[in-house]
Structure formats: C-alpha cells, structure tokens
Write a protein that binds this ligand. Structure first.
Ligand code: UDP
Length: 473
C-alpha cells in the first residue's frame, strides 16, 4: 500500500555551490540515519550550464540519492546589472513547470512527504502545497540572518533613514548588537530606495508558507537567536537547528589539481594560513595587491586560492567558480619568486575541507561565507574575517564580537585593507597570546559541534524530530 512505501523527500537547490553543498550533506543524513529516499531536482540555466564544481559534488553522492536536471531556463531577457539573488530566484521560478512535471512522475509511484527548498526557492512552496506535499525551507546561513529577516518589518517601521545612518548599534533580538551602525547589515539593506528593497521585504514574508525551517547552525553556535526564533518574538514557523553540516567524503581523484595537500604535508604543524574567498568572491586589483604585500610582510607561510580581480562586484563569479584570464598576472612583480619557499598560490578550485582539516593549517583568512565558516569551526581553525558580500559582514560581526574566534582587519577610509594591517592580523592569528586565545575558543566550538551532531546531541535530535514527522505523515 501507499502507506508502506518508504518516505521520499524532494530537494530543490538554487543554483550556486554555497547552497548545494550543505543540502547534499543534509540529504546524506536523511538517507543514512532515517531511511528516507531523496531526489534532487536541479534548476539549470541555458547559458550557465552546471559548473564542474557542482558536477563533482553531485557525482560524489551515494547511489541512493537521485538527481534530476530540470529543463534549462532562458534568462536572456534579464539585464546583467540585476542583483545575483534576483537572477537566482528567476531561475527557480522559471523552472517550476519542469518541477511540476517531475513531481507528477515521482508522486505517481512514491510516497513524497516533503519538498525542501532553499531561501531562493520560495516560489516552489506553493507548488508543494498544490500537490499535497509539505513544504520546508532549508536556510543555509545563520540564525542571526534569519532573525534579521523576521525583524526587518519592525526595523522598517522604526527607522525612516538608511540603516547605515542609524546612530546607535542595531539590535536584532537574541543577537550580538551590530555596532558598525548598520553598514554591517545584509548588503541588500544598504539602500532602501530601490524597488528591490521593498520586493525583498515581500519576498521574505513568503518564508512563512513553509511548515518548518531547517537551519544549518547549532544551539552552541547561536543560542540567542535560535531561542528568539523558537520563542514568541515573531510569527515564524518552527526552526530546527540541524548543523553544522559541512561537506564530507570527497574523494581526491583529480580534485587536488594544484598539489595543495602534498605541499601541506611538507609544512610544520599549524604553520600555514589558508586564504580563500569562497566559490565566488573576488577582490579588486588594488585590494589583491595589498593582500599579497601584507602576506609577504607577515613572513608567515600561506596557501592562497587566487582568483582574477574584478572591479565590478565582489560576487562576480557566483555562478561559475573559474577565474577569468590568468590570475597570476595580477600579483605584484616578483611576488611569486620572493615567496616561493613560504607560500603556495593556486588558481583552481581547491579541496578546502581537506585543507582546513590538515594538521599544517593554522589559520584561515576567509570571506566569512557560512559554509567556509562552519568548515573552520568543525576543524577548530581560527579566522581572519574579510567579508565581501551578502550576509558575510554580519557573519564577521558574530565571529569577531560574539564568538571571539576571528580578527577583523580594519578598512581605511578608501575602503582598502592596507598591507600593514593584513600583516598585523596574520601575525595575530598565527602566533602569540592573541592567536592562542582564538585557537582555544575555536577548539571549544569544534568540540561542541561534534557533540551536537552525534547521537543524542541537539542537532541530531532536531533532525530526528523532523524526519520522524515526515515518516509519520
Ligand atoms: N570551496 C572549495 N574550494 C574552493 C572554493 C570553495 O571547496 O576553492 C567550497 C568551500 O569549502 C565551501 C564552499 O565552496 O564549502 C563555499 O561556500 P561559502 O558558503 O563559504 O561561500 P560562497 O561560495 O557561497 O560565497
């Protein structure tokens, strides 16, 4: 009978690596620990076909997790200067008819109990309801960010000026105050005039269509905002902290193209600073030069995943992680020769999780993307916080002011982090009293993360609660 069929969950990830990776880990846990069948339905764009990096992740999944590529959508009518988030939302919206086709086929012979979408996929929540499938959201970022989204209507009423001009720290319930007077808030909130601000406010109200929100964070990392979200502060669906989920089980076949791991094998314990701005982050030419000079000045060892600079936007590479042109050409003259012994610069996708778990890695200069942050937490590696776009500045505030596991270099009045400041932070994280304290606190978080994910831990229980609900539907 239908009831005796195993429960089947459909997952719809939005384009880009940052959302796909934690969703695949979530899927693996549902399969292994709860006997749930999973199908990924993957939206694609006709020009930007699935990137190599995405394929690697999908190919590494266990055979019991299926993937269906939805019919490619055409976005050629959308102007290039439209924010990347809107582009991603459109990709999902235009994939809905193809999603419906797939749902019809799957539901005809399977007991589909839930559709899980990420934050850009809320247009699919209505489709789920229409087909009697319970809709859930997987929120791949922080409880702080989610709280902001729920608190935003209150802020919108409370302040008539730009948030960056508010002359006191902005306080989201349960969260560390945002001291930098609103400039550290989400990118999208930096300018309230354009239509996109109002549309976003409306868009986020749609989160409430979901029956529940699965959060890639944990009670140890964010006790305050998680308590606020599951209290009476806002009228939101129940929030289940099930993280930190990070990428696991990647085989190294053809993956360590630049020999990072081999190079790390020959370095002393905790001696190397790893530098990466995620799958998409790019610096301007000037910032990249200062970073190179700062690294050289610090005289510490480093492993740097370099991407060609862009002077347009810091998320220029979001849908395609490859560099444009030869990034090495943009390094200061003689830099590679002078740092040949102490540093390794690579220009391809690097095996980041394995680098962070390597004994030689002692620090991580990161753009504070949430996946990168969690990967560092799981491995107990202290941070230098260099946020670029989206909610990354809020993540940096949390890491620096609340959890105290990161140093954040100061930006000069022209928006540049100077080489001297970079060198100071590198020395701070990699050695001395300050570095020791950061490392100890990160070590505590590492321990807490491991226990929350193991059987009986808070995140394990949270996921079991949702899985049991699904099984009994
Ligand atoms: N990543 C990687 N190698 C790279 C660059 C990125 O493996 O060379 C992975 C990284 O480990 C993380 C993800 O890509 O899992 C980036 O996600 P994050 O949320 O940190 O940032 P985003 O790319 O979404 O800005």
């Amino acid at each position: 009978t239908y009831q005796s069929l195993p429960p089947h969950v459909i997952i719809l990830p939005s384009p880009g690596m940052g959302h796909l990776i934690p969703l695949t880990e979530f899927a693996k846990r549902l399969v292994l620990n709860h006997g749930i069948i999973i199908t990924f339905t993957i939206p694609t764009e006709s020009i930007n076909s699935t990137s190599e990096a995405q394929k690697l992740v999908l190919d590494s999944l266990p055979g019991s997790i299926n993937s269906i590529f939805l019919s490619p959508v055409n976005l050629s009518d959308i102007p290039n200067d439209v924010p990347i988030g809107s582009r991603i939302v459109s990709t999902v919206t235009r994939s809905l008819s193809s999603l419906i086709e797939s749902l019809k086929i799957i539901t005809s012979s399977h007991r589909v109990v839930a559709l899980v979408v990420d934050i850009f996929g809320t247009s699919a929540l209505d489709v789920a309801n229409e087909y009697n499938i319970t809709p859930y959201i997987f929120f791949p970022s922080t409880a702080m960010y989610l709280s902001l989204l729920y608190h935003l209507p209150v802020m919108d009423q409370a302040y008539s000026c730009e948030y960056r001009d508010v002359s006191h720290p902005i306080q989201i319930p349960g969260c560390v105050p945002i001291w930098a007077w609103g400039t550290d808030l989400l990118d999208l909130l930096q300018d309230r005039k354009p239509e996109i601000y109002n549309r976003s406010l409306q868009y986020w109200r749609r989160l409430n269509i979901a029956a529940g929100i699965l959060l890639n964070s944990s009670e140890d990392l964010e006790p305050g905002p998680i308590k606020a979200l599951n209290g009476k502060e806002w009228d939101n669906p129940p929030v289940y902290p099930i993280g930190p989920l990070i990428r696991t089980g990647v085989s190294d076949d053809g993956y360590d193209q630049s020999g990072c791991l081999q190079w790390l094998d020959n370095q002393p314990v905790c001696s190397v600073l790893f530098i990466s701005f995620g799958s998409a982050g790019t610096l301007s030419n000037e910032k990249l030069t200062e970073l190179a000079l700062g690294l050289e000045m610090s005289q510490h060892k480093f492993l740097w995943v370099l991407r060609s600079p862009t002077d347009t936007s810091a998320d220029a590479n979001y849908l395609n992680s490859e560099s444009v042109g030869d990034p090495f050409e943009f390094l200061p003259k003689g830099f590679l020769d002078r740092t040949r012994v102490s540093g390794l610069v690579v220009s391809s996708w690097a095996p980041q999780v394995r680098i962070l778990s390597h004994r030689s890695t002692g620090g991580f200069l990161t753009h504070c993307g949430w996946n990168s942050t969690l990967e560092s937490v799981i491995n107990g590696v202290p941070l230098i916080a260099w946020p670029l776009f989206a909610e990354q500045k809020m993540n940096a505030v949390m890491l620096t002011d609340d959890l105290k596991v990161a140093l954040r270099p100061k930006v000069n009045k022209n928006g540049i982090i100077e080489s001297g400041e970079i060198s100071r932070c590198v020395k701070g994280v990699m050695g001395g009293e300050e570095g020791h304290k950061l490392r100890c606190r990160m070590g505590d978080l590492k321990g807490a993360a491991a226990s929350s994910l193991s059987e009986g831990g808070s995140s394990f229980k949270s996921l079991a609660e949702v899985a049991n609900k699904w099984k009994n539907l």
